[in-house]
Design a protein around this ligand. Sequence first.
Ligand code: FNR
Length: 185
Amino acid sequence: KPIQVLAISGSLRQKSSNSALMQAIMERAPENMTFSVYRGVGDLPHFNPDIDLDEGPVSVQDLRSQLKQTDAVLICSPEYGNGVPGSLKNALDWIVSSGEFVNKPTAVITASPTPMGGDKAHASLLLTLRMINAIIVEEASIMIPQISLKLNQQGEIVSEELQQQIDAVLDALLHAGSGGEEGSK
Ligand code: FNR
């Protein structure tokens, strides 16, 4: 049975480099790996425990069930104001109490046009995901600096180095998603 990966972009922008990168990763997926994209980040209500009654809002139920069903998660996110985009953090906040990330192999990629690669957002995402007991797939969790030089206008990868990094990401995700946990913590 192929490994199922849920891909989540932290950017709502139409021409997002992170979404383009996520697309490029999905297109290079090996045969035994299938991706689906969670597109609801921008449609979730602001996290509020007061409305997290019964199963919670319908959009939140959908996020929770997609997370529950997947073998692994891939997050590709920009950094805004030295932090995690509010909409992505909001999505994660909905999962703190419900626990769908517990023991879920999760790859965290941040891409930025700056030389820092979104390091603050990356570190912050790891803090949050570890707090909710996700298994961070270390070899698949990378920061990508100068992303604007590595994608063309169509969002295709023009950097050999990035291409190789992506193959390593897919390898690590495949291994982690099929139950291997070496190299993950
Ligand atoms: C940014 N950007 C940015 N980049 C970064 O590395 N650290 C940061 O703190 C910020 N802050 C920031 C704030 C605002 C208001 C904007 C508009 C942009 C730049 C950001 O990385 C760049 O716009 C990316 O292209 C956004 O990612 P997507 O949408 O291309 O995936």
